[in-house]
Design a protein around this ligand. Structure first.
Ligand code: AP5
Ligand code: MG
Length: 231
């Protein structure tokens, strides 16, 4: 964290949490919202993939878990994520994508925020039935440079195979193979539901129909946080 008095920094930050299973649209919505609201997009999966690509110790430690569709242990994940949340890039606030994903992570986050006089403003739970999720992930292409997700049918790039934002050739993710997707759903949905329950007790969860077109989901998120900026 910084040396500033904690109360100063906490007062203004808008912290939103996107929750949803594999392929629910967290990354898609976080990319759009981060532009609309001027908030940094912090995605634990993207951070792990960047660490893997850079060959860091953290990346190597995460590799086996990610390849097996399992959650990376809390002690590695919490430390990595808190460091990102404390950076100046998050001074205006942040859209959290994929963290917290266990109740242990949620408690660690709540405690860190509370110590700075902060809290999560809203939790947006994007609900999508499993059969749709599997199809979505099968058609997904990602920009390895900036992390923007595309879909070959529902959200194709303007130029086939290249990112709209930086022109980088798109790739499919190693953990999007069908057997890993099944493992991700089996192992990661139960702890995710426990996180939703944790925040439901605080009365800050909005459940959104994630089967709607991308723009409709964005509109639903913006109306649940009471913001219409850019719309
Ligand atoms: P992570 O990268 O977070 O993967 P995930 O949670 O499985 O989620 P995805 O990124 O697959 O889906 P998404 O919801 O972002 O969907 P997207 O917007 O791309 O995590 C990867 C791994 O890292 C984990 O398995 C774990 O090992 C580890 N990890 C990460 N965080 C961790 C944590 N906190 N603790 C422990 N381990 C952790 O959309 C999917 C597709 O659908 C795209 O093609 C998109 O174009 C399309 N689409 C999106 N919205 C719509 C729509 N409304 N209609 C039609 N198509 C749509
Ligand atoms: Mg994602």
């Amino acid at each position: 964290m910084t040396d500033e008095p904690v109360a100063d920094r906490g007062a203004e930050r808008l912290i939103l949490l996107l929750v949803g299973a594999v392929g629910a649209g967290k990354g898609t919505q976080a990319t759009i919202l981060s532009r609309e609201l001027g908030l940094v997009h912090l995605a634990s999966g993207n951070l792990f993939r960047a660490a893997l690509a850079a060959g860091t110790e953290l990346g190597e430690a995460a590799r086996g878990y990610m390849e097996a569709g399992e959650l990376v242990p809390d002690e590695l994940t919490i430390a990595m994520f808190m460091e990102e949340l404390a950076r100046p890039a998050a001074d205006a606030g942040a859209i959290l994508d994929g963290f917290p994903r266990t109740v242990g992570q949620a408690r660690a986050l709540d405690d860190t925020l509370a110590a700075a006089g902060e809290r999560i403003r809203r939790v947006l739970y994007i609900e999508v039935p499993t059969d749709i999720l599997v199809r979505r992930v099968a058609g997904r292409w990602i920009c390895p440079q900036c992390g923007t997700p595309y879909h070959e049918d529902t959200d194709p790039p303007r130029e086939a195979g290249r990112c709209d934002r930086d022109g980088t050739p798109l790739r499919q993710r190693d953990d999007d193979r069908p057997e890993v997707v099944r493992a991700r759903l089996d192992k990661q949905v139960p702890p995710m539901l426990a996180v939703v329950e944790h925040y439901e007790r605080a009365g800050i969860v909005d459940r959104l129909d994630g089967t709607q077109p991308i723009e409709r989901v964005t509109d639903a998120i913006l109306s649940s946080i009471g913001s219409r900026s850019g719309h």
